[in-house]
Ligand binder design. Structure first.
Ligand SMILES: [Fe+2]
Length: 440
């Protein structure tokens, strides 16, 4: 906030108070000399701040005029707000990055009426005709042939190949910003293409989403996503072979696996990658905090956080993918395994962030509702137990021509249990997520 001009309507100076039950909602003042709103203690308690210090507010990516009313579906307790929120009069209630600490606080805020400003990206998207809107599942499918070319280019150290990886990484970041729930759904349901290629994309998506949750800057996330796309460049062929191999690993395969992080780093360096963070993540992505990892056997905090995050994404993506010797594991089982492994081989704090962000019913999970329908989770809900779903099978097991959107926070559509994906059931994900009006 470098000038007074920026604080004109709707951000004009104010001091407002409102009381809802026993919680004071807002009582903040504009202090021009500090260039910030002051959050008094009562408000700080409500929104999770402990410092009470002035905070800078970044308006740069928001439109000053268009306000969007928020409902419970897009607000989550104990998660950082992705944008500032305002009341109906345009007064700031919570800043970007602040936290709604409880269901009680959320209810109070919803009763008051919450709004956010349209982002510049959304304004740009609005200018695009609906039929030209990018469909996440089509976009992800288009990554695969590009990745195949990139993989060859990296091994041949072609000119400009590192920049091509960076461009793809930034596109994956945009995809996750457009619809992170659809991107997560693709990880659980998109099992087309060779394992090695989809694993590259799936770990990149997971790292972008969780890097954002952890507050990483876009540049730091770009290095992480680029590392996710290229970490296994030294063993892609072996990775596909192992995906269908039922026999135990032989000596040569074991050696290739243990050496692949260091060999991948060498290939990337030779191909012109100079981003030290990218290279370090690749080198360390199989290290384990108890020192049992490879290729250097590093311990605990010596391993950088980004490499630990890629390790989690790697484990998760591999476990939800079917193998020749087993079916895919359900997200619930994988998250349970990760919970049991926390603090042994994976970083406990990151592991808990990962589990919490995924929720009990990650997008792409199959669930049975109390009314007997089988549904696909398409959006994480306002709390961990009530996601938005699309019902695809009737209580009698018949396929719905068009999926039916159900809010599982409603008693009649509550989730009864997880269920496995029906064998042979081919679903159009664009229809399920509402990107297409076609029939299933
Ligand atoms: Fe790897």
């Amino acid at each position: 906030m470098e000038s007074g001009r920026r604080i004109s309507d709707p951000f004009k100076p104010f001091a407002a108070e409102a009381h809802h039950g026993d919680v004071k909602i807002s009582n903040r003042r504009w202090f021009p000399e500090k260039g910030a709103f002051i959050l008094p203690a009562a408000m700080s308690d409500l929104i999770g701040s402990r410092s009470g210090l002035p905070r800078k507010i970044n308006y740069s990516s928001y439109s000053p005029a268009i306000m969007i009313k928020l409902d419970a579906d897009v607000l989550r307790v104990n998660a950082k707000l992705p944008w500032p929120v305002f009341d109906a009069a345009g007064r700031l209630l919570l800043n970007e990055g602040e936290i709604i600490p409880s269901e009680h606080a959320l209810q109070i805020l919803l009763e008051r009426g919450l709004y956010r400003q349209q982002t510049a990206e959304e304004l740009r998207q609005q200018a695009i005709k609906p039929e030209d809107r990018p469909v996440p599942f089509d976009t992800i499918n288009e990554y695969i042939p590009r990745l195949q070319q990139i993989n060859v280019g990296l091994k041949q150290a072609r000119d400009g190949i590192a920049e091509r990886v960076g461009k793809l990484a930034r596109e994956i970041q945009q995809l996750c910003e457009l619809d992170s729930d659809a991107a997560l759904g693709a990880i659980h349901l998109g099992q087309d293409f060779a394992y090695s290629h989809r694993h590259q994309v799936h770990t990149a998506i997971l790292c972008e989403i969780f890097g954002r949750t952890l507050g990483y800057s876009p540049g730091r996330r770009e290095s992480l996503v680029a590392a996710s796309l290229t970490a296994n460049i030294a063993m892609l062929e072996l990775q596909d072979k192992l995906h269908t191999q039922k026999e135990p690993l032989n000596e040569d395969q074991l050696r290739e696996i243990r050496e692949h992080p260091c060999n991948s780093e060498k290939i990337l360096s030779a191909a012109g990658v100079t981003d030290l963070l990218w290279l370090q993540i690749v080198r360390q992505h199989h290290e384990r905090i108890d020192g049992t990892g490879y290729c250097e056997g590093l311990l605990g905090d010596v391993i950088i956080e980004e490499a630990k995050l890629l390790a989690l994404a790697d484990i998760y993506s591999a476990m939800v993918s079917p193998r020749a010797y087993r079916s895919e594991m359900q997200a619930k089982e994988v998250l349970r395994e990760m919970f049991l492994a926390r603090s042994k081989i994976v970083d406990e704090r990151l592991c808990m962030v990962f589990i919490k962000e995924m929720g009990i019913y990650p997008p792409g999970s199959f669930v049975r509702l109390v009314n007997g329908e089988v549904a696909v989770v398409i959006r994480r809900g306002k709390d961990a137990t009530s996601p938005l779903v699309s019902s695809v099978l009737s209580p009698r097991g018949g396929l719905y021509i068009k999926p039916l959107r159900r809010d599982t926070s409603r008693k009649e559509y509550a989730i009864k249990e997880f269920c496995a994906m029906e064998k042979g059931l081919k679903l159009n994900l664009s229809v399920i997520w509402g990107y297409s009006e076609l029939a299933l």
